[in-house]
Design a binder for this molecule. Structure first.
Ligand code: MN3
Length: 248
């Protein structure tokens, strides 16, 4: 008997299993195609909590899929909130605002400094991220914000190119930013992990999460495709409001 025709032990076991199973039972379970429900993390008591979302998890489809949104919000972001609460509850820092905590990390005791940096940063960054996205997003900025962009970058397309590059070249996990400083100057930057421009005294106006958890289910490793889709969900009216508040 040739090697090709000889039934392998694995095939024998598979066929035996098939015969032993009821014929109506599929060989493979539906776990391959059926998604498990997303179990939200429970809120840890403390001064910080998830913000309300202004839109449904599926509202940003097809640009950002519903399951990514739900896991991102109710597990990742809730995790940052919970870790932050656990770090500050019962300490003298539990009455401080997020901005106060993040803008002077050196003032924090060493045993909670890294936790506040990572999880306070995560909380602040995601608050911004949800806020500057909308199912009615896209288009281009106008008015004072556009004028400030033209002063800083030349034109909107040059801003786009810088912001895209900031997101693409951030190695590993992090964020791409449009920020404004105390003199009203706009700049594009990126940060690693959950570091936030607030740590550097800047006001973030627009933030794009480029952690894989923000896009991997839908885009796998194609971060550039996610970045292109992100333009379609930016709520420029909200970005303009943030710009106006920061420069008034
Ligand atoms: Mn994230």
């Amino acid at each position: 008997m040739s090697k090709l025709n000889k039934p392998s032990r694995r095939a024998f076991l598979r066929n035996s299993a098939l015969m032993g199973a009821a014929l109506a039972t599929p060989l493979f379970t539906l776990q391959v195609t059926t998604q498990r429900p997303v179990i939200a993390l429970a809120q840890v008591e403390g001064p910080f909590a998830l913000p309300e979302l202004d839109y449904a998890f599926d509202a940003l489809e097809p640009n950002i899929d519903a399951r990514t949104m739900e896991i991102h919000y109710s597990r990742h972001h809730q995790g940052y909130v919970n870790n932050l609460n656990n770090a500050v509850v019962g300490t003298e820092f539990e009455t401080m605002s997020l901005e106060e905590l993040l803008s002077d990390l050196a003032a924090l005791p060493e045993e909670i400094r890294t936790t506040v940096r990572n999880n306070g940063g995560g909380h602040a960054n995601h608050n911004l991220y949800w806020d500057i996205m909308s199912p009615d997003g896209g288009g281009q900025p106008t008015g004072d914000l556009l004028g400030a962009m033209e002063a800083a970058f030349g034109d909107y397309e040059s801003f786009q190119a810088e912001f895209r590059t900031a997101g693409l070249t951030r190695f590993g996990s992090g964020w791409a930013w449009l920020t404004v400083d105390g003199d009203g100057a706009l700049a594009v930057s990126s940060t690693p992990n959950q570091d936030t421009p607030i740590m550097d005294g800047l006001t973030p106006l627009l933030g794009m999460d480029v952690w894989e958890h923000a896009y991997y289910l839908n885009y796998q490793n194609r971060r550039g495709d996610y970045i292109e889709a992100f333009w379609n969900v930016i709520n420029w009216a909200r970005v303009a409001e943030r710009h106006a508040a920061a420069t008034s």
